[in-house]
Design a protein around this ligand. Sequence first.
Ligand code: MN3
Length: 203
Amino acid sequence: MPFTLPELGYAYDAVEPHVDARTMEIHHSKHHNGYTNKLNAAIAGTDLDGKSIDDILANLDMSNTAVRNNGGGFYNHSLFWTLLNPTDKGRLSGPLKEAIDRDFGSKEAFIEQFSKAAGTRFGSGWAWLCVHDGGKLEICSTPNQDNPLMPGVGCGGKPIMAIDVWEHAYYLNYQNRRPDYVAAFFSALNWNEVERRYDAVAS
Ligand code: MN3
C-alpha cells in the first residue's frame, strides 16, 4: 500500500492567527503532498515497499537521498500537523510536566531551550523533543528533512514534538522573523498531543 497524505483533522484557517490559512494550505496540500508522492515513487518496486515509515527511517541507507528527503518529509509533517490541532489543546501537565521539570528545570526553561534549537538551526530543518529509554528528554535539531529515527543524525530517541523551521513554514506571514514564528508555534501547540505521545513511549 502506498503512503497517503494524512488529513489535518481541522480547517486550514483553524490555527490562525498563529499560522495563517494560506501557509497551512500550501504547506499541507503542496509540500507535504509532494513528499508523499515522491516517497511512494522512490520505494515503488523496492524491498521498502509495504514497510512502515518508522521501519523505513530507522533502517535507512542514508545515501538513498530520495527516501531520506521524502520519507523524512512525509513523517515529519505527519507529526507536525497533530501538534497544531487547535481542539482540546490542554496545558502542560502530568508525567510530561514532571519529566520537563526534571530534565530542563521548568516549562519556561524548556521553551527557551527548544526555541533556541529552532532559532539557531541554520537554513532549513527541524527542532525536536525526543524521549530516550527510561523517559529522559532531549532537545536537538536536524537539517533538511532528517529525522531522529534515522541512523547517525546526532539526534536520537523517539520524537514526540517538532517544529518545521523551513521558510515555507512561515515566510508568508513572518518573512525573516523566525523567532516570532517559533513563539507563535508555542501559542498554537497542542500540549495534550505531546503528552499523549510521551505517555505512549516513556515507560
Ligand atoms: Mn515543511
